[in-house]
Design a protein around this ligand. Structure first.
Ligand SMILES: O=P(O)(O)OC[C@@H](O)[C@@H](O)c1c[nH]c2ccccc12
Length: 261
């Protein structure tokens, strides 16, 4: 079993339990359910920097990144830095995140928030909305074409943006459909953890222009972003590079200033 299989097997158990604890109609009573979502796709189209900054305490590939930060401070710091959106890891077992992190980020910023999660059930999409997300991530490596269609259609009905993540050509081909807003290319192979920005470069020309292109993972320099922009990328998902510092907001501020120089 690779790590992705392990994560999804655990996730199925977790979601089944949650469904028995908190039924969908209860989630739908959240006051956040009526909230007008902020569309990340539109922001990325009009942004010079295109940075989506992530809150990530640890990961299976890196163990601890930073356990000492307060998610509300991180969210405010990212917002002050002028990022386009924030990604919040909500997986507990492998990434040390939670839905509480999402709701705290919501309470302390007006950024578009991406729920970074291994979504394998529609329940998690309703949950994302109930906890204040604006965007969901769908990972092609763990979903069938039919699931991608169903899940993205539900997200659109809830006015959530959809970031569909791929890692290779096969995943890309099964994922291209009108209910997707952004196509994210993960430079990290989630099965082996190898990272190469060439993945974004190679796949870029196969992504139709009507999708906003996002390059994810392993980005740590302004030069990398300038390079990826040449390949049509508008969004750049950065986690560790900011989170490994004592003040991710400040790091993002400096990064964006350098990018705009
Ligand atoms: O910390 P990095 O290398 O900047 O990566 C951020 C983000 O791309 C990464 O956390 C990520 C991309 N896709 C995912 C899917 C699940 C969990 C995590 C991820």
């Amino acid at each position: 079993m690779n790590i992705l299989d392990k994560i999804t097997a655990d996730k199925r158990k977790e979601v089944d339990l949650k469904k028995s604890l908190i039924p969908i109609n209860q989630l739908e009573q959240s006051i956040l359910f009526e909230r007008q979502t902020i569309l990340l796709t539109e922001r990325l189209k009009n942004s010079a920097s295109g940075i989506i900054a992530e809150h990530k305490r640890r990961s299976p590939s890196k163990a601890t990144i930073n356990q000492n930060l307060n998610v509300q401070d991180v969210a405010k710091g990212y917002e002050n830095a002028g990022v386009c959106g924030m990604s919040v890891l909500t997986d507990g077992k492998y990434f040390g995140g939670s839905l509480d992190d999402l709701i705290l980020a919501r309470a302390s910023s007006n950024l578009p928030l991406l729920r970074k999660e291994f979504i394998i059930d529609q329940y998690q999409i309703i949950e994302a909305k109930a906890y204040g997300a604006d965007v969901i991530l769908l990972i092609a490596a763990i979903l069938s074409k039919e699931e991608i269609k169903q899940f993205s259609t539900l997200a659109k009905q809830l006015n959530l943006d959809v970031l569909l993540e791929v890692h290779n050509e096969e995943e890309l081909h099964k994922s291209i459909m009108p209910s997707i807003d952004m196509l994210g290319v993960n430079n990290r192979n989630l099965k082996t953890f190898e990272v190469s920005l060439d993945t974004s470069k190679t796949l870029s020309e196969m992504i139709p222009n009507d999708f906003v292109k996002v390059s994810e993972s392993g980005i740590s320099t302004v030069e990398a972003i300038k390079d990826l922009k040449q390949f049509g990328y508008k969004g750049f998902l950065i986690g560790e590079n900011f989170m490994k510092t004592d003040n991710p907001g400040e790091s993002a501020t400096q990064f964006i200033q350098n990018l705009e120089k």
